[in-house]
Design a protein around this ligand. Structure first.
Ligand code: FE2
Length: 187
């Protein structure tokens, strides 16, 4: 084999490898298989990313309430806050994995969460009623975001995200009812 033939074979191998890599990159996108519009889905991913940030801050606040609660209702609220932070942790994972299913990249850095979240970190709170009032304010904001995101996801024909958020709302509306009932003697 002469040098020219060797070079030609080498060059065509490179061409094939580049082609295969391009094919792999193309095949590795989930959205190619989901029959969803990438531009419309980008708005859903944006909304989910913000919701993820808010749930992460909410989760950290709930842990603080669970640890620092004192006085009346300690045993009830200590357990209730644990139930709520476990629920928030599950939702964090579900939201992040939904972002991945839509070809987004979920953020994991708290510094980034804090720069975009509407929910803010709380100071140490010992009063059960103050903690419950704070949770109600947080749920109000999260529910507002979820309702807006359901609209965005509906416009993108993304019924999986709609169903996920519908499910969240169902649980949150029940939680709101119970927390309002708990705090009503302080109103
Ligand atoms: Fe604990």
């Amino acid at each position: 084999m002469c040098g020219y033939e060797k070079n030609t074979i080498f060059a065509s191998e490179i061409t094939i490898r580049v082609f295969i890599n391009k094919e792999r990159k193309r095949i590795m996108k989930s959205l190619d298989y989901l029959n969803l519009d990438a531009n419309k889905v980008a708005d859903v991913v944006k909304g989910l990313s913000r919701l993820l940030a808010d749930f992460q801050v909410y989760y950290a606040n709930l842990r603080g309430f669970h640890w620092n609660i004192k006085g009346d209702g300690f045993f009830t609220l200590h357990a209730k806050f644990e139930e709520l932070y476990n629920d928030a942790a599950n939702k964090v994972d579900e939201i992040a994995e939904r972002i991945l299913q839509l070809d987004g990249t979920p953020e994991h850095r708290y510094s980034k969460y804090l720069s975009v979240s509407t929910v803010k970190e709380t100071d140490v709170i010992h009063s059960g009623h103050k903690a419950v009032a704070h949770i109600l304010d947080t749920l109000k904001e999260i529910i507002r975001q979820e309702r807006a995101l359901i609209q965005t996801a509906s416009e993108a024909n993304d019924e999986v995200t709609v169903a996920l958020l519908d499910d969240y709302l169902k649980g949150q509306e029940k939680t709101v009812w119970m927390l309002v009932a708990f705090n009503s003697d302080r109103a």
